[in-house]
Design a protein around this ligand. Sequence first.
Ligand code: SF4
Ligand code: SF4
Length: 285
Amino acid sequence: MKEITVISGKGGTGKTSFTGSFAALSANAVFTDCDVDAANLSLIMRPVLQETHEFKASRTAFIQEDECIRCGLCRKLCRFGAISDAFRIDPLSCEGCGVCYHACPAEAITFEETVSGQWFISNTPYGPLVHARLGIAEENSGKLVTLVRNRVKEIARDENRSFILTDGPPGIGCPVIASLAGASAALVVTEPTLSGVHDMERVLDVCRYFKVSALVCINRCDLDEENTRKIEKYCQNRSVPVVGKVPFDKVVTEAMVEGLPVVEYSDGTVSRKIKEIWAEILKNT
Ligand code: SF4
Ligand code: SF4
């Protein structure tokens, strides 16, 4: 079973448009959106929701007023300033360390798991999609990405699918590492802007560190041809294949607005280039 993770190093490079189109071009595949802070792959995959699950990854302390003897110990020990003079815990400030819970002499503090987000299984015209949504200001995105990837692998095994396609998060942090670990290859979607080049270099370093072979495609390549050449040179020097270049075209945005992968919305240059890139990915993985 092959597993391709599409990443970008920075947001806004068109990663999700590419992933949605690859999904439409793939056969016998399952899909996952690991950009759990801003999941939007489902917007262009026409999902029909099958399952919704809660994601619990943290705990929050709560003081039961009736039991509290107002000794002040919890307030003294809390390093996050989460407990008020009136012995109430601010759930947004509580980091869930559990110190107050263990220290309270009156056993007046409960320490419950809290719902940090949701994850979903949907059917799409192209195959099953596992996606998720992390709650506002919630942490643990890496844990949620791992959960989503494990679930999609189970589905792939159960249904004898030959391909997992993952829309990874932007950046180079914990959720990106969680999206990449163990993948067959990563496709880095970049663009010829200064930040695009810089962030591509950083994310290629992450791929190298985790021994995931990387491919690069350059989106909106005609916006700065000199930077496009720089990207190609950089990749050539590091033996990273550049599997395609796609020019800017507003048809990509139009397809998004229509809720369709661009290869289903148009048969113009962009769609042709994306099809060529997909063929190169299959050849290189
Ligand atoms: S440690 Fe327990 S008893 Fe003491 S103030 Fe805090 S909640 Fe109340
Ligand atoms: S669990 Fe930790 S962070 Fe939360 S209120 Fe208690 S001591 Fe403070």
